[in-house]
Design a protein around this ligand. Structure first.
Ligand SMILES: NCc1[nH]cc(CCC(=O)O)c1CC(=O)O
Length: 315
């Protein structure tokens, strides 16, 4: 099939949020497409779109409520044809896309692990009794409190710069970021180290970039096919099936990581009470092609063990 490729006069429009990380991800997508089709950079146009999640900086995201806080405006622009594709951090993406949009192209996954960040301590185990750590992630908060109920956890929003400033101001003695984000920003040195998934299992799809398009746009589908990473697709099939079967939103502490070893896919999954008083986890393997089924089965088994009300806040 011959593809009607974009040109500088008719560029492919790439929608993205405006944060430094989002822009780095959009540029990586543009560069991969340009290389795959031998196109000049100006055959693409990067279009920055502000989302509700970007606009509201002063409140925890969970108070804003609703799904797709970082995606709604971008998806609307795609449906009206203002942009052709949207580049997303897959860990922020709901498991279902709006009618008319498809999300099935993934770039090669970066390091999925969480980074330990602190000026005072070299590793998580060195944090003293009763210390204060910063994170706005329900998952990281619950995972920390399960292992270290002595710690106090405070809200920590904002970009990498903001969080590092809060650390130097002494608001908290440590925080956690995705290794992937630091690597893509060219700031790997910010991490004192990467946390072993056995100690802190990452969020579902952490480190993966997904590219969304209109369902009826076959030219774009053909272009994205050339840069899709199958291995990442296999991992995310299992992790996102796990998340979907748990009905995961940003309000439920859920972690999941799939890793391929030969023809086998190993899936580790964890659900936690939001207050960090209990964690349930599982670790199973299956043939790679059965990843989605593995994810669904693990979710069902964990929900069974959890019983009703597991995700409710105990106030
Ligand atoms: N929730 C925000 C978010 N979404 C994606 C990343 C990092 C990059 C990635 O996981 O791909 C981050 C920041 C963080 O957790 O440090």
């Amino acid at each position: 099939m011959t593809i009607d490729l974009p040109t500088p006069a008719r560029p492919l429009k790439i929608g993205t949020r405006g944060s430094p990380l989002a822009l780095a991800q959009a540029h990586e997508t543009r560069d991969r497409l340009a290389r795959a089709f031998d196109l000049p950079p100006d055959a693409f146009e990067v279009c920055v779109i502000q989302t509700t999640g970007d606009r509201v900086q002063d409140r925890p995201l969970k108070e804003l409520g609703g799904k797709g806080l970082f995606t709604r405006e971008i998806e609307a622009a795609m449906l009206t044809g203002q942009i052709d594709i949207a580049v997303h951090s897959m860990k922020d993406m709901p498991v279902l896309q709006p009618e008319g949009l498809v999300l099935d192209c993934y770039l090669p996954r970066e390091d999925p692990r969480d980074a330990f960040v602190s000026n005072l301590h070299a590793a998580l185990a060195d944090i003293p009794e009763g210390a204060t750590v910063g994170t706005s992630s329900l998952r990281r908060r619950a995972q920390l409190l399960v292992r270290r109920p002595d710690l106090t956890v405070v809200e920590f929003r904002g970009n990498v710069q903001t969080r590092l400033r809060k650390l130097s101001e002494g608001v908290a003695c440590a925080t956690f970021l995705a290794m992937a984000g630091l690597n893509r920003l060219g700031r790997p040195e910010v991490a004192r180290g990467a946390l072993d998934p056995a100690d802190m299992l990452p969020a579902v799809a952490q480190g993966a970039i997904g590219i969304e398009r209109r369902a009826d746009d076959s030219r774009t589908a053909a272009m994205l096919d050339a840069i899709h990473d199958q291995r990442t697709g296999e991992q995310l099939a299992a992790e996102r099936a796990f998340l979907a079967a748990l009905d995961g939103s940003c309000e439920t502490p859920i972690a999941g990581l799939a890793e391929r070893n030969g023809t086998t896919l190993r899936l580790r999954g964890e659900i936690l009470r939001p207050d960090g008083t209990e964690s349930l986890s599982d670790d199973q393997s299956a043939p790679v092609e059965d990843g989605a089924e593995l994810g669904r089965a693990m979710a069902a088994a964990l929900l069974e063990r959890a019983g009703p009300g597991f995700f409710d806040f105990r106030t």
